[in-house]
Design a protein around this ligand. Structure first.
Ligand code: SF4
Length: 286
């Protein structure tokens, strides 16, 4: 629970504030940009929301925050915000909100499929989210992009009986399925698991109908205006991560949906390929 007495002094005065417990995961200013911004090593409120839609958005960011660092005196939209995840992003994909401090606020996503819904990485085991997932048909499969973003996977498995899938390179105990090797694996006609070792030994991306879920392998950096990856936050092999980025040039996708960093949508697979080539060129020069 955020405390007004601990609020950062650079918040714009008003009902919403961010306090000193913020871990700067980025969730609030990626989900509600303009209201929240990156204040350096923490988030801050840049503009207090006024319209009902903006107040709901800010309240949803509060709910999504992994460590409860956002507070507000305006409780009007909190009840609705609590019930608003998964939040639709596009077509068959929603953002689960309710990020977990166990994965440093990494984003997880729901793929809505008649054959069975897929959760990509684990959100916090929050009852309002689980109830909504139940109403949406439950979770058939939980694909874990890498070892850092497994959060409350046991709770999701216990509730929905979902098959948990990850690469053996990062394999943690309890998975129903561990995949091996570097070759893409078809989990279903619309789900392709692409091993992309580098950030960790067992990092994978998941491709679903033009949406590429990338974990911590690749994201959009709005400050640099390009796709990016981090040499500083590489836990296994930077050289391998660069090679795994090259590997993605062989696939068609228009969306990059990361665990951390911003979402990117390109106008076409060719435009995304160009964006990726630019990023690889820059990252190889570091
Ligand atoms: S979501 Fe919470 S922890 Fe993450 S940047 Fe915002 S206030 Fe900080």
């Amino acid at each position: 629970m955020a405390r007004r007495t601990e609020a950062h002094p650079d918040n714009t005065p008003g009902p919403f504030f961010v306090d000193r417990t913020c871990i700067d995961c980025g969730t609030c200013y990626q989900f509600a940009p303009g209201i929240f911004v990156d204040g350096g090593d923490h988030a801050r409120v840049q503009a207090q929301p006024v319209e009902a839609a903006a107040r709901l958005r800010a309240s949803m960011a509060l709910v999504a925050c992994p460590v409860g660092s956002i507070g507000t005196d305006d409780k009007a939209a909190i009840a609705e915000a609590t019930k608003s995840f998964p939040h639709p992003l596009a077509e068959t994909v929603s953002f689960c909100g309710y990020t977990s401090d166990k994965s440093f606020g990494a984003w997880s996503y729901l793929i809505h499929r008649p054959e069975g819904n897929v959760l990509v990485d684990s959100p916090r085991a929050a009852e309002p989210l689980m109830k909504n997932l139940e109403a949406l048909g439950g979770v058939a499969m939980l694909v874990l992009s890498h070892r850092d973003d497994v959060a409350d996977h046991e709770a999701y498995h216990d509730r929905f009986g979902c098959e948990r899938i990850m690469h053996r390179g990062d394999g943690i105990p309890g998975m129903e399925r561990l995949v091996d090797g570097d070759a893409p694996i078809e989990l279903a006609e619309d789900l392709l698991l692409i091993p992309t070792p580098g950030h960790t030994a067992g990092s994978v991306c998941l491709l679903h109908r033009g949406f590429l879920f990338t974990g911590d392998h690749l994201w959009w950096n709005p400050d640099k205006g390009r796709l990016s990856a981090s040499k500083a936050y590489n836990w296994h092999s930077w050289a391998q991560q660069l090679d795994s980025l090259e590997k993605l040039l062989a696939f068609d996708f228009t969306w990059v949906l990361p665990g951390h960093g911003s979402i990117h949508r390109a106008s076409s697979p060719a435009a995304m390929r160009t964006d990726l080539e630019v990023a690889i060129r820059v990252l190889r020069s570091l």
